[in-house]
Design a protein around this ligand. Sequence first.
Ligand SMILES: NC(=O)c1ccc[n+]([C@@H]2O[C@H](COP(=O)([O-])OP(=O)(O)OC[C@H]3O[C@@H](n4cnc5c(N)ncnc54)[C@H](OP(=O)(O)O)[C@@H]3O)[C@@H](O)[C@H]2O)c1
Length: 182
Amino acid sequence: MTRTVYYTATSLDGFVADAEHSLSWLLSREADHEGVMGYQAFERTVGALVMGASTYRWIQDHGGPEGWTYTQPAQVLTHRELAPFPGADIRFRAADSPEELRAVHAELVAAAGERDVWVVGGGPVAAQFAAAGLLDEVVVSIAPVTLGAGAPLLPARVELVVREVARNGEFACVRYDVVRPG
Ligand SMILES: NC(=O)c1ccc[n+]([C@@H]2O[C@H](COP(=O)([O-])OP(=O)(O)OC[C@H]3O[C@@H](n4cnc5c(N)ncnc54)[C@H](OP(=O)(O)O)[C@@H]3O)[C@@H](O)[C@H]2O)c1
């Protein structure tokens, strides 16, 4: 059964990017991507993915024309006209109500097949999925740093249950189940 998973790296004080939208505090860290809760193993479980406009712009700005490495169908939530990556399976759309978000989610689940839906980020997108009762899991890799400010991990009240705790390189990794609202 397809699960909807917010998988991300965060600072200890709950930011997924610093105040300048930089990930230098993260990309410099040592991790085993094939190891426990690592990215390579996770990526194989992903059948479709969704992200917000800032995250998409970060990939455009830092990855260049070859920066879109995902082979899965993707949806980018935005009100802007964003340039697509040639050949990539990306749908750009707004979801201005819970009903519209549920429609986005239904398409993601259908596209994912037997695999899972990855909420790439940022935090506001994950918060919208949680508020709509559409988020099943949160998986965080916590970098050993505090940033003091930046883009928030999950700016909402979300109740969680710890399912798995591990160390991967410099990261403390935790898998949580989301307790559905209501
Ligand atoms: N640490 C990590 O592993 C990790 C992972 C992911 C992202 N990041 C970084 O974290 C930062 C996240 O930035 P962010 O907090 O601004 O979040 P974001 O979700 O990437 O982008 C937010 C923007 O997405 C659009 N959006 C969100 N929900 C929408 C909806 N329902 N309908 C239409 N548009 C919607 C809006 O843009 P418009 O309305 O203006 O189009 C909104 O301003 C980025 O710098 C990213 O690179 C880090």
